[in-house]
Ligand binder design. Sequence first.
Ligand SMILES: [Zn+2]
Ligand SMILES: [Zn+2]
Length: 407
Amino acid sequence: MFGVLQPKGIGVSGLFEALWEQTIRNWTKRAGKRQLTHEQYVAFMVQEISGLFENGFPYRHLLNLRPDGKNNAKAKVLRNLGNSLYHPTRAVAMSEALLYYNESIAHAAKGSEARALAYGNRAAVCYHYRRYADCLENVRLARASNYSDRLAAKLKQREEQAKIAMEQNLCEHLQRSGRTTDFVAEELKLCCQAHANVPQMAECLQLGRNAQFGQHIVTSRPLKVGDVVLFEKPFVTMVSHEFRHLRCGYCCSEANCFTLIPCEGCTMEMYCSEECLSKAYQEYHRYECGIVRDLKRIADDPINGVEGIRAVAVAIVTFGNDLDTHQKHLNGLDESKVNAFTMDWNTATAKDIYNTVHVRPMQNLATAKIWRCKSSIPPSYIDSCWSGPSWERCAQQIPTGANCYSI
Ligand SMILES: [Zn+2]
Ligand SMILES: [Zn+2]
């Protein structure tokens, strides 16, 4: 029945394309002959698809799903790739070496020598970049992770060198720039006074509604390109796939890319601190940890492949990890009364914020890109804020220092 499906390399699109050709298309023909209403049609399709999966449809095999896990052999390969690029006079190569060492740390088992060696090598990169405090932190992490006795003298030497360098205050490049770190992001500031009830939004923005645009946003004052009119904490954040071993998986900061620590359950997430690791796990990662690698692999878009399940995970946690409580809340929610513009965000609870995401169109401004095409946004809004084809592009041009996506 599913002979055309290949056991390897297939993604969700390929899976459902094949399902459509072989099975679902016939169901739709049968449903069409029965002249079902929309609701009956949906119920019919849900029943058929549920039956398909209950009857042992081999999606796990077809998608080649497998649990993520630590792999010291792969960690060694990644560390060796880092070593092959490690070159004190080639900055690009050094940054690539850092990435491989971070990946090696993420793949190595907790307490293994493989992880200790990757920490040790990362300490060398830190020393090269004159990040002596980070170098010492990696020395500490290496010792805490079973660094071998035969190499202990080398680690001790690196530690002594870093301490001496710190005492001699050899961070000339930082002194010259007057900065304490290479990774200070500019703080966003609204272009005018903040809205009283919505402190993350400029007061000049107002919600409008008319026949031409439907529900939309207008500004009460002229705006120029680059004016910041809104920056809000996303309901869900996610580091782009290519930065998953360079930025914190929770706060998205890149400031601690030299001292990231891994999730112990998967190879896909790293964090800048135990605090971020714990918060991510409590707030969503506990529900995605075992499947996040497969989701990113089989999805057409690694971001879209995970953001859905992460949003669901955040919602479940928002309601005390209780699906019944969540459902009861939705059943009692009067969506017509949810309005992000009139809600007082100063006193909003996590459930209030969830409501604005649940009732999505133009309520949570960051979701506007999903539901409104560019042409449906008022021209004044486009001229002032829209410097690219989407909110994401616009956001990338704002020096936030974090590569986050909101949904
Ligand atoms: Zn963090
Ligand atoms: Zn994990």
